[in-house]
Design a protein around this ligand. Structure first.
Ligand code: GLV
Ligand code: MN
Ligand code: MN
Length: 421
C-alpha cells in the first residue's frame, strides 16, 4: 500500500475532528440545516476543495458542490459525497467522513486528470433534524425535492422557504440543483453505524441495499388538569396514553424479525411537573429491509395509537412525514466496489444498511454504491463515535482503485443515451 496513504488517512480524521468545532451548541456537535454553524463548516470545506483544484459552488438547496474536471470534455462524471449536517450531540464522522474521503481521493490525484470528471458533494441536510424531513439536500440533487416541503416549519415556526431566503438562497432555483446529464455514478463512504464489521473483524463493507423507513408524528390530546387535585380515574392524561403506546412500539419491534422502531422525540404541553399533560407529540421512526413488513408494522402501530387513545378518553392524530422504500444499490457499481477492495488485499463484507443515507436518494437518479468502514463499538449518533486510521487508509486505497477502474469503463450516462438529433 502507498506509504503516503496513512498520512492522508490521518488528515481525513483530523479534518473530521476540525469540522466538529462548527456547532450550534457549545461543548457538543450539532449542525442543522442552514444554521450559521453549517455555513462556517461549508466555508472550511470549500477552502480545502478549492486548494485541491476544484471549482466550488453552493447550490440553491445549500449543498456544497466541488467539480474536478476531466482530462477531456465532454466526459462522464463520478459523484462522491455524503452529508455535513449532524444530529444533536453527534459524533465527528457520520457524514463528514464520506466528504473528507472524497476530498482526499481528489487530492491523491495531485492534479492528474482522469477520463471522468469528479463532483464532490457535501449535502446540506440528511438527518431531518430541523424540519423532520430527511434528505433535503440529496432530494434536490436527485430532482425529487417536492415544493410542498417549502411550507414545513421548524420548532421556531420558520418555514423552509424563509430559512433558504435568509441564508441567501433562491428557493425557485431548487429545480436547477439536479445532477447534470453526464452523471454516471455515485459513491458514498460512511461509517457502518453498527457493529457487524467489528464482530466479523473486517475493515470494509459494500452496501447492497438500504432499509426503507417511515417517519411520522403522533399527537395524543387529552385534557390538562391539576396534578394534585385531579383523581386518577378522572384524568385524560396524554403522557400516560403515549407511554402505553410506546411500550407497544417496542413490543412489536422486538417480536418482528429485523424490524426497528423508535420513539426518539417527545414534546408535552403545557410541560409542567404539576400539570397532567393535555397534549403530547411523539415522533415515530420505523425501518425494515422489506417494505411490506414495514408497512404492516406502521399500520399496526397507528391502529394501536388510536385504540389506546379511545380507551383512555384521548384523541389521537397521526401525520405521515416520510415513507421511503428500501433501495437496492447498483449491482455493477457494488461489484466494482467489491473488486476494488479485493485488489488492495482485503475481503469486504456484503451488507444491508439499517441507517438511511444520501445514496438511497441519489440511487433514484444515478447508479449508486456505498462503502462502509468499521464503526468501533458500533457507537454512532453519539460523541464517542470514531473510526480506525487503518480502515480509513483501506478506504482510501480501495477508493483509488474504484476511481481508476470506474474511469476506465463508466456506466452509460443519460447524456449518452439521448438520441442524436
Ligand atoms: C440517518 O442517520 C438515519 O436516520 O438513518
Ligand atoms: Mn446520522
Ligand atoms: Mn449519515
Amino acid at each position: 500500500m502507498r506509504a503516503d496513504l496513512r498520512e492522508q488517512a490521518d488528515k481525513v480524521i483530523a479534518r473530521c475532528r476540525h469540522l466538529a468545532q462548527f456547532t450550534e451548541v457549545p461543548g457538543q456537535i450539532q449542525r442543522t440545516f442552514l444554521s450559521p454553524a453549517m455555513r462556517d463548516c461549508m466555508q472550511a470545506v470549500q477552502g480545502w476543495m478549492e486548494a485541491a483544484g476544484m471549482s466550488v459552488v453552493t447550490d440553491a438547496a445549500g449543498n456544497l458542490r466541488g467539480r474536478y474536471a476531466a482530462a477531456h470534455s465532454p466526459s462522464p462524471c463520478l459523484i462522491i459525497g455524503s452529508h455535513l449536517d449532524t444530529v444533536p450531540n453527534s459524533g465527528a464522522f457520520d457524514g463528514m467522513l464520506g466528504v473528507m474521503l472524497g476530498l482526499a481521493l481528489v487530492e491523491a490525484l495531485q492534479g492528474e486528470k482522469l477520463p471522468v470528471a469528479i463532483e464532490l458533494i457535501g449535502f446540506s441536510e440528511e438527518e431531518g433534524v430541523r424540519y423532520a424531513l430527511p434528505f433535503i439536500g440529496s432530494r434536490a440533487v436527485a430532482g425529487s425535492f417536492d415544493s410542498a416541503f417549502l411550507a414545513a416549519k421548524d420548532r421556531d415556526g420558520i418555514t423552509l422557504e424563509s430559512a433558504l431566503v435568509s441564508y441567501g438562497l433562491d428557493p425557485a432555483k431548487i429545480a436547477e440543483c439536479g445532477l447534470a446529464d453526464n452523471a454516471a455514478g455515485f459513491l458514498e463512504f460512511h461509517i457502518e453505524q453498527g457493529a457487524l464489521l467489528e464482530s466479523e473483524e473486517m475493515s470494509l463493507g459494500v452496501v447492497q441495499s438500504i432499509a426503507g423507513q417511515t417517519r411520522a408524528e403522533i399527537t395524543f390530546t387529552g385534557r390538562a388538569s391539576h396534578a394534585g387535585a385531579t383523581p386518577m380515574l378522572l384524568r385524560r392524561d396524554a403522557v400516560a396514553g403515549a407511554a402505553e403506546w410506546i411500550s407497544e412500539v417496542e413490543r412489536l419491534a422486538l417480536q418482528t424479525n429485523g424490524l426497528v422502531a423508535t420513539v426518539g422525540d417527545l414534546r408535552t404541553h403545557p410541560g409542567a411537573g404539576n400539570v397532567v399533560a393535555g397534549q403530547l407529540r411523539a415522533s415515530l421512526d420505523v425501518r425494515h429491509g422489506e417494505d411490506a413488513v414495514r408497512q404492516v408494522a406502521v399500520d399496526s402501530l397507528l391502529a394501536a395509537a388510536s385504540s389506546i387513545a379511545e380507551r383512555r378518553g384521548l384523541t389521537e392524530m397521526s401525520r405521515m412525514q416520510m415513507n421511503q422504500p428500501a433501495v437496492a444499490m447498483d449491482a455493477r457499481l457494488c461489484a466494482l466496489a467489491t473488486e476494488s477492495i479485493r485488489r488492495i488485499g482485503i475481503e469486504p463484507l456484503s451488507m444491508v444498511s439499517g441507517a438511511g443515507h444520501d445514496a438511497m436518494i441519489l440511487a433514484e437518479r444515478v447508479p449508486s454504491t456505498m462503502i462502509f468502514l468499521r464503526s468501533p463499538g458500533g457507537i454512532t449518533h453519539h460523541p464517542d463515535e470514531s473510526v480506525r486510521p487503518q480502515d480509513v487508509e483501506n478506504a482510501l486505497a480501495a477508493g483509488l482503485e474504484f476511481l481508476r477502474h470506474f474511469a476506465g469503463a463508466p456506466p452509460v450516462t443519460k447524456e449518452q443515451r439521448r438520441p442524436h438529433a
